[in-house]
Design a protein around this ligand. Structure first.
Ligand SMILES: CC(C)(COP(=O)(O)OP(=O)(O)OC[C@H]1O[C@@H](n2cnc3c(N)ncnc32)[C@H](O)[C@@H]1OP(=O)(O)O)[C@@H](O)C(=O)NCCC(=O)NCCS
Length: 186
């Protein structure tokens, strides 16, 4: 029997991303704190045109799945969730999540979006393993991944240098059988 709705939770749903979303995304991509949590590349703001290109590339690539995270009630875009670098022969993928505005964080949206995404990864894409990296200073993200049941698989020691200090980058992974046993949509 199929589950009633794969991509809809109680607070958020996973959706397509379209050009109407570009202004809000460009606002996130002009926030240095957001950029330094989300990516290791230099925190350079991105224009709507650059983000549009990124969306088009993701949608054209069969090893990338990009979703918007939207509030169920109002339909507002609050974040992005992406599988990329899917290796179909091995059943593995990198995953990333971002809740764009600080005001939308800490309300359970990231947790629910990741629950939907992991169910999607293991029950729809039929992946075996999902993994991600997170910077040691990004405590909310580390908390989220550990709460979901990701295993810390290693440390890229002193991988980043920001504000004059070196920071570790942590590797986290989840196998399909671990997801079966751990957090599910409660
Ligand atoms: C990391 C991120 C996705 C978390 O999403 P979120 O919606 O804020 O997280 P949630 O509200 O679902 O919280 C999940 C858990 O983490 C905890 N948490 C959230 N913020 C926290 C903080 N600042 N410190 C400690 N724990 C925190 C919550 O308390 C919750 O656990 P609980 O239910 O046991 O209390 C979000 O902060 C974000 O997008 N940040 C900017 C971009 C980013 O860092 N992306 C990840 C890159 S690896």
């Amino acid at each position: 029997m199929l589950k009633p709705d794969l991509i809809t939770g109680r607070k958020v749903r996973l959706t397509a991303v379209s050009k109407e979303d570009l202004p809000v995304m460009a606002r996130w991509w002009s926030d240095a704190d957001f950029l330094r949590r989300y990516d290791a590349v230099p925190a350079v703001p991105k224009s709507e045109a650059q983000l549009a290109k990124r969306i088009e590339e993701a949608q054209a690539d069969n090893s990338t799945f990009l979703f918007g995270i939207r509030l169920l009630a109002e339909g507002r875009l609050i974040g992005l969730l992406e599988f990329d670098g899917v290796m179909w022969s091995h059943g593995t993928s990198y995953i990333s999540i971002a809740i764009g505005d600080a005001a939308d964080r800490g309300q359970g949206y990231g947790y629910e979006a990741m629950q939907l995404a992991l169910t999607y990864a293991f029950n729809e894409l039929n992946l075996h393993r999902v993994f991600l990296t997170v910077f040691s200073y990004n405590k909310p993200a580390i908390y989220l991944y550990e709460k979901l049941g990701f295993h810390c698989e290693g440390t890229y020691r002193e991988h980043l240098k920001r504000d004059g200090e070196r920071h570790d980058m942590l590797l986290y992974g989840m196998l399909s059988r671990e997801w079966e046993k751990s957090a599910r949509l409660d």
